[in-house]
Ligand binder design. Structure first.
Ligand code: PEP
Length: 260
């Protein structure tokens, strides 16, 4: 079995002012080697995108948005578009995070429109799916995730799906300190890959990266990454500290060097 190149992504959520984000980005740049065999991305708040992208320019660390709106421009107060993210230095954008679904009315239909906008704007979408605790307890994990995939990816061409990553984030494990066991995570990752195989064929299923998210820390990443269908991590809390995030990037041990 060939594994895909891992992607380790940090979601800074609504943390860090511009100066605080700059400090973290500078430290991260000094910690993460250019020889690391992992794709790395951090998603700062919108107000810090420009400064973080400037600091990380020329490094192996890419920058992503935490969300976008599907229109290119217009009278949409408070929103931000794919071309704006791209111009600010983003390569990736997180779409459909459970916090967006829970607090800001994100639906599978809006996720679909946002993925299209991201792809049209030349960004790689990181599409979040995952079940709540109640859904897991009532054995709905697979049906919930399948519906999120079916409706979120609806109408996308094969090559478009291939440019996306899926982040499986069980809602009950986000920011709670509860991590899914490696078997629980692998079971859903395998389900996602098999669903993609049926919907888009073997080559897309083999190429697409499926990240795990939910209380990933330096102590548990190696076990998660050892699972056949886990191709990386989307990390919240543990990405806020540069040293801890660098340790996550360096889960293959000697890929992190301290150049500071
Ligand atoms: C996340 O925000 O996507 C996340 C997984 O958060 P945490 O790592 O803090 O659980």
């Amino acid at each position: 079995m060939t594994k895909r190149k891992p992607l380790i992504a940090g979601n800074w959520k609504m943390y860090k002012t511009g100066p605080q984000a700059a400090e973290t980005a500078n430290r991260l740049r000094s910690l993460v080697s250019e020889f690391v065999d992992v794709d790395v991305m951090v998603a700062p708040p919108f107000t810090a995108l420009g400064i973080v992208a400037e600091i990380l320019k020329g490094s192996v660390i890419c920058v992503g948005g935490q969300d976008l709106f599907w229109e290119v421009e217009g009278a949409y107060t408070g929103e931000i578009s794919a071309p704006m993210l791209k111009a600010a230095g983003c390569t990736y954008v997180i779409i459909g995070h459970s916090e967006r679904r829970q607090y800001f009315g994100e639906t599978n239909a809006s996720v679909n429109r946002k993925i299209r906008a991201a792809l049209n704007g030349g960004l790689f979408p990181v599409v979040c799916v995952g079940e709540s605790e109640a859904e897991r307890e009532s054995n709905q994990t697979f049906s919930v995730v399948q519906q999120q995939l079916e409706e979120g990816l609806e109408g996308l061409a094969f090559d478009e799906v291939q440019r996306a990553s899926i982040a499986y984030e069980p809602v009950w494990a986000i920011g709670t300190g509860k991590t899914a066991t490696t078997d629980q995570a692998q079971e859903v990752h395998k389900f996602i890959r098999e669903w993609i195989d049926k919907a888009y064929g073997n080559s897309v299923a083999n190429a697409i990266r499926i990240l795990y998210g939910g209380s990933v820390k330096p102590e548990n990443i190696s076990d998660l990454m050892a699972m056949a269908d886990i191709d990386g991590a989307l990390v919240g809390g543990a990405s806020l500290d540069a040293d801890s995030f660098a340790a996550l990037v360096g889960f293959q041990v000697d890929s992190v060097t301290d150049k500071a």
